[in-house]
Design a protein around this ligand. Structure first.
Ligand SMILES: Nc1ncnc2c1ncn2[C@@H]1O[C@H](COP(=O)(O)OP(=O)(O)OP(=O)(O)O)[C@@H](O)[C@H]1O
Ligand SMILES: [Mg+2]
Length: 357
């Protein structure tokens, strides 16, 4: 009889692959600890995000291979996660050291539901246990506070090191021009407020430790977008679109801008993709459908998924109750959660493999 050893167990786990990273979880450094007590084996696996949709599959795969080893009577697999800080954020200055990933949410065209998608993705990521911040980068039309039900007149405090303290909503840390202007914005904010305000928000806010900071950018490819990606390091960008051809044309412009500035594209989200009747469940493609996926294939960028049209999405925005919290079982909320998981995977790919630059 061969004796059981840690090495043998780790060797057996090498067949378990992370399908996104396309490498085995041992060489990815995800197997943290193996303990043997008689025939009882415990394995600690650390994933790169708590939002990983493959968590259960990876756990089961480890369970299966270790159980099959001679001498093993019982296997306990402990799954934890630790979001990593990607190479782009490690190498460059400009992003506070507690922030592991900055995700810019952009759209070529206005009114495609970018803020709605940004808010729901942020809450969905926080629901998985990740620490998440939301920076409302829409300086002239900030509506994130309303969408998150932050009471009018709420003001961020100022910390002892002269940084702003973000507000809290649904487990998110939030900052927005809507919380500052006018009339009594703190002095430190008045001067730098308008020029490169998003960069200031990133650097002069006491964000603390964050796995993901989502930035809701104003629509288009103007100065705010450029100053953000040029002065700080961004992990990557999410492009929100609707299925209409006009919106898709603008997607190409948005993608070109990010690629020119070496920002990886984390993927495209198609919002208002179809209407699912709440009464009969029949699906109608009001604005046609599938253009987001086709565009992503054509431009060779990841496709993160689609979100249906649902009046409850809009109501949630108007009432400050994101649909992922108020109707978590609705098709739209489930899609937001799925897109958040796929997004977190794409972030891990950029952090570990360097992304699709
Ligand atoms: N999937 C959806 N189903 C129903 N309504 C939606 C959906 N997505 C967004 N909306 C609604 O569409 C409107 C526009 O959305 P939103 O403000 O998020 O767009 P935006 O792209 O951020 O706009 P802007 O370009 O002005 O910043 C809002 O009333 C919002 O509630
Ligand atoms: Mg918006």
């Amino acid at each position: 009889m061969t004796t059981l050893s840690k090495e043998k167990i780790i060797e057996s786990i090498r067949v378990v692959k992370d399908p996104d990273l396309q490498r085995d979880i041992v060489s990815l450094g995800m197997v943290k600890e193996v303990e043997i007590e008689g025939g009882k084996v415990s394995v600690h696996v650390e994933l790169t995000t708590p939002a990983c949709p493959l968590k259960d599959k990876i756990k089961q795969d480890v369970q299966n291979v270790v159980s099959a080893l001679e001498g093993v009577k019982e296997v306990a697999v402990q799954m934890t996660s630790q979001v990593r800080r990607g190479p782009s954020l490690l190498l460059q200055q400009g992003t506070p050291s507690g922030i592991k990933n900055v995700i810019a949410v952009a759209s070529g065209k206005g009114g495609v539901g970018k803020s709605t998608v940004c808010v729901n993705l942020a809450v969905a990521l926080a629901q998985t246990g990740a620490s998440v911040g939301l920076l409302d980068g829409d300086i002239y039309g900030p509506n994130v506070p309303l969408m998150l039900g932050i009471p009018a007149g709420s003001k961020p405090g100022v910390s002892s090191n002269e940084k702003m303290i973000p507000l809290q909503a649904y487990g998110l840390k939030v900052i927005s021009m809507g919380l500052l202007v006018p009339p009594d914005a703190p002095m430190i904010w008045r001067g730098p407020m308008l020029h490169s305000a998003v960069t200031q928000f990133l650097q002069k806010v006491d964000w603390g430790e964050l796995d993901y900071l989502l930035v809701d950018l104003p629509p288009g490819t103007g100065d705010v977008q450029l100053s953000l990606v040029q002065t700080v390091s961004v992990t990557g960008a999410v492009i929100v679109t609707t299925p209409q051809e006009v919106a898709l044309m603008d997607v190409r412009k948005g993608i070109a801008m990010f690629q020119k500035t070496n920002v990886p594209i984390l993927g495209i989200v198609e919002n208002m993709s179809s209407f699912i009747c709440p009464h009969c469940n029949k699906e109608t493609a009001i604005f046609s459908q599938g253009g987001g996926r086709e565009t992503s294939e054509k431009l060779k960028v990841p496709y993160l998924g689609d979100i249906p049209i649902d009046p409850r999405v809009r109501e949630g925005g108007d009432q400050g109750k994101p649909i992922v919290t108020s109707y978590p079982d609705s098709p739209a909320a489930k899609q937001f959660t799925a897109v958040a998981g796929t997004l977190a995977q794409q972030v891990s790919i950029v952090d570990i493999l360097g992304g699709n630059r």
